[in-house]
Design a protein around this ligand. Sequence first.
Ligand SMILES: Nc1ncnc2c1ncn2[C@@H]1O[C@H](COP(=O)(O)OP(=O)(O)OP(=O)(O)O)[C@@H](O)[C@H]1O
Length: 596
Amino acid sequence: MATWSSLRPALSSHALRVIKDMGFHSPTPVQRSTLPEFMSNKDVAVEAVTGSGKTLAFVIPVVEGLKTRQKKWTTGETGVVIITPTRELAAQVCEVCRSFLPPGLVARLIIGGRDVEQDVADVNEGASTVVVATPGRLLVLLSRNDCKLARHVQALEYLILDEADRLLELGFHQSLTSILQYLPKQRRTGLFSATLNSDVRQLVTAGLRHPVAISVREPGQDPQATPVPNTLLSYFIECGADQKLGTLVALLTALQVCTTLLGAHVTASCLHPHRARRSLSSSPPVPQSAISRPSCPGENMAPGEHCCLTLTSSLSPQLLVMALHGRMHGKRKCVFDRFSAEESGVLMCTDVAARGVDFPAVHWVLQYDPPSSANMFVHRSGRTARMGQEGHSLLFLTPSETSYVEFLRLNKGLALQSYPCPTAPCLRDRARTIICQDRALHQMGMRAFVSFVRFYYKHECKLIFQARALDLLEHARGFALLQLPKMPELKKLDTSSFDPLPVPPASDPHGWDNRKRKHGSSTLTEGGCRGRKGHSQSYVKRQNKASKTSRSRKKRPHEFEEDELEELARDARALRKFKRGKISEEELDQQLHNNR
Ligand SMILES: Nc1ncnc2c1ncn2[C@@H]1O[C@H](COP(=O)(O)OP(=O)(O)OP(=O)(O)O)[C@@H](O)[C@H]1O
């Protein structure tokens, strides 16, 4: 078996000590293949299954590279930029970098959702030898005249694109192209993903020159098939749209019986073991905490807390159920850290947590809604079965969607077995009773439903996910809606079989207005901002100027956060391109979707 000390070029004693402290006895196959190439100053494009240790395969070479420079790194120099598609992944990678950096070299996290002025001040005043960033915020800092980052990166030696295929997709493509213009061409570049598209155009876009392509397969795997860990058991379950929630509850309960523990995605549910001591009783009271059930893949979910509340009301109050989605802003890190630290629990999340994040001991991934692509199926499933551990992935499909199983087998070499459908309780009435008392839940349910339908209509695999075949009323029942939303897709439909219920009035003391106010204030504190009174002078000035110059802003229900503004700016750019005929309607849709 290869050892760390047998790798060539040899690792420094500092790196070997850190690896030993981490308890990693030998390098994984992807680390064995990548380290020698990347440390010999070659560009690399690396594809290896989820959970195979790709992070160390780039962190070790870049930190070793920084250490070999004769001249000392100064505060005004950035030697490494690592770009990831999500904040959670960036934070995780930054932590790994910090554990490898020797004293005097600093890793800085640059991600959306934080005060941009503070980021500028931090970059201008402190060292950022390694920058780990999401593309939006990185571009903002690079392009601001008052930020020194563009100057610092002139010393750049390494650029890493983690989850490179995602970063090179349409939505991020433009930011990335702009970012690359700020970076020196003389550098080493590394692309890493479990599903790397070897499209040469993409590699050129990322600025690679004659890269070494490294593809690490599990033993006995078909080189043509999409790589998934051998320890992953993939299943699908067939159930009607209005049965999904009940089936989910039944499954969570059944999995607990066999001493398996849970963590759930919306798109995917992840189940931990060791959680048997927590019981799932049949009808516990509704817990205090509201949980999101984002209902469609992607990060653009309106927080659909309604169904998740029903879910938690049907599970044990002792079972921790948490939500993670792109629109949570300040709370995301808190949820991420808590779920990572907890011994047991259910995480309901969107695709914001589908790629790269390394939650410990997730045993089940339940894909409640279909993935947007086969690659996304692989990444979602990859939150379990990591590093040789056994894991299970279960995809929910309605009867009209089951040919997706064959599609995955034929086109991607992915084999899914049928999972027996448990007897599911009908939770619709119960859910509607809860929603009837809370206007906020009603609103969220409507938004979640619309968002789901929109997602479905734009699915890349239109042959199977046929918008025309979508039973909208059955899905509306599945979402436990009180009323049908006004949307064009429903206009021509006979909706007489849908039994509407009155929506709770806006003046309800526990309803929408109250909840929104509460949410607004909590966002400020939980997001780590300084609160209204604690804002910096420049922040207050900007806010005052903005409210004077823009009448429409006064009408906004809340002040946008920086990342929302970035998102809006990206949307506006995409719309302008569409109007000028530079992109097709389909590309526009995709960009609008990806921007979330
Ligand atoms: N040599 C090693 N020995 C044992 N464990 C390791 C080793 N290298 C990394 N790990 C651990 O394996 C887990 C998965 O690693 P990592 O997150 O880098 O996988 P990945 O390939 O990037 O996954 P994904 O494709 O999902 O991003 C982490 O918890 C990491 O600490």
